[in-house]
Design a protein around this ligand. Structure first.
Ligand code: NAD
Length: 358
């Protein structure tokens, strides 16, 4: 490993280490030998590609726990399965859980570890692009509950986050493209130049080093926001741009045979919530079209079918960001700037949702 190509950042008390091939340095980067046992949580896809690597590096001293892959398994019953496995494998309060996988594994694994025996250490190794730029760090862990996205969860920092860009070599193309919605979101809410860079090419056309720069850029943008407001009492809410409508679309799709990926639903949510900004007069029609075209040109969807405006509104009423039943939005005020806790007249919300329905 060339140490010049390794970036170290700090998130709360944990370090985020980014580099190509750094999974091989895991034992040098984190104090694994201090733990009584090390278990590894992964999913049925990632296990094939990356568990053998981990077993090799850690000399088979790990206890694997495998759950099925997919958002529909980010549930309380899979959490119970993980807790049971942790007890059966003899983990105690001095053990470590390594979560290696996409955002689902980081979220559910972080939650299972944070609640097991009142909380044990965990380490995140995000392997999807979406988890590397967003879900794998920031301290939010959780599961979906009764169709409510991330309805149950806890803020807890891992001991560290290892982002090995080489793990993206096995990521399916649809997942790779979908991840660009969170990258685009970071630009839209915080950094106009980053937005221009991230949307300057079709995602697959970025070179490895350009992609690594984009990952670092996104990590830095999210970290800056999270540092200022770790518990999402204020500023951090801007990271939810696109998520009020996007989560409702995602939750609904999970009840059908046509699951949208998280990033795909958020892309549609960002189009709808940018439309709100336009209708409120906060952004020009030209900027709205620029945003929508950037999303579409990145290979992301901008419309959803088979769902009524009323159904989307109904699901949105369970959103965690609501206060006293009022829908609250995080909205952009220009490309690169956002505000939070915005109430929006119902007719504008409806018109924006109508816009993204096919
Ligand atoms: P995911 O975990 O389902 O991963 C996507 C798919 O890619 C899965 O099928 C997985 O098996 C596969 N995969 C992952 N890495 C792979 C690799 N290297 N090679 C081959 N296959 C691989 O979903 P995601 O898109 O990574 O994350 C979405 C989740 O993240 C959602 O549940 C969302 O709510 C959550 N999220 C959390 C936060 C947070 O701050 N905690 C932020 C954003 C999103």
């Amino acid at each position: 490993m060339n140490s010049n190509n390794v970036t170290k950042l700090v998130s709360g008390n944990s370090s985020i280490i980014i580099g190509d091939g750094i999974i091989n340095e895991l034992e040098n980067l984190f104090p694994l030998s201090n733990y009584s046992k090390v278990a590894v949580l992964t999913d049925s896809n990632v296990v094939k590609y990356w568990l053998p690597t981990l077993e090799n590096i850690l000399h088979n001293k790990i206890q694997p726990i495998i759950i099925p892959s997919g958002e529909i398994y980010k549930t309380i019953s899979q959490t119970e399965f993980i807790w049971n496995a942790m007890f059966k494998k003899g983990l105690d309060r001095h053990s470590l859980l390594i979560n290696i996988g996409g955002g689902v594994i980081c979220d559910i694994g972080g939650f299972a570890a944070s609640t097991f025996m009142r909380g044990i250490d965990f380490l995140q190794i995000p392997t999807s692009l979406l988890a590397q730029v967003d879900a794998g760090f920031g301290g939010k862990t959780g599961i979906n509950f009764n169709s409510i996205k991330n309805g149950i969860g806890i803020f807890k920092q891992p001991i560290g986050i290892l982002i090995d860009t080489n793990t993206l070599s096995t990521l399916p193309e649809r997942e790779f493209i979908a991840s660009f919605s969170e990258i685009i979101k970071h630009g839209l809410i915080q950094d106009k130049i980053y937005f221009s860079n991230a949307t300057s090419k079709y995602p697959k056309d970025f070179s490895n080093s350009e992609l690594t720069d984009l990952i670092k850029g996104s990590v830095n943008i999210k970290l800056k926001v999270v540092e200022e407001d770790p518990l999402e009492l204020g500023l951090r809410k801007i990271l939810n741009f696109g998520h009020t409508i996007g989560h409702a679309i995602e939750s609904n799709s999970l009840q059908t045979d046509n699951h949208l990926l998280h990033g795909e639903a958020i892309a549609i949510g960002m189009v709808a919530e940018s439309k709100i900004s336009q209708l409120l007069g906060n952004i020009s029609e030209m900027d709205f079209i620029k945003i929508k075209n950037s999303i579409v040109n990145s290979g992301l969807p901008s419309k959803v079918n088979n769902i009524s405006t009323d159904k989307i509104l109904e699901i949105m009423h369970f959103d965690k960001k609501n206060i006293n039943g009022n829908l609250l939005f995080s909205l952009i005020t220009e490309i690169g700037k956002a505000k939070y806790d915005v109430t929006v007249p119902l007719n504008i919300i409806k018109e924006s949702i109508d816009y993204i329905r096919k």
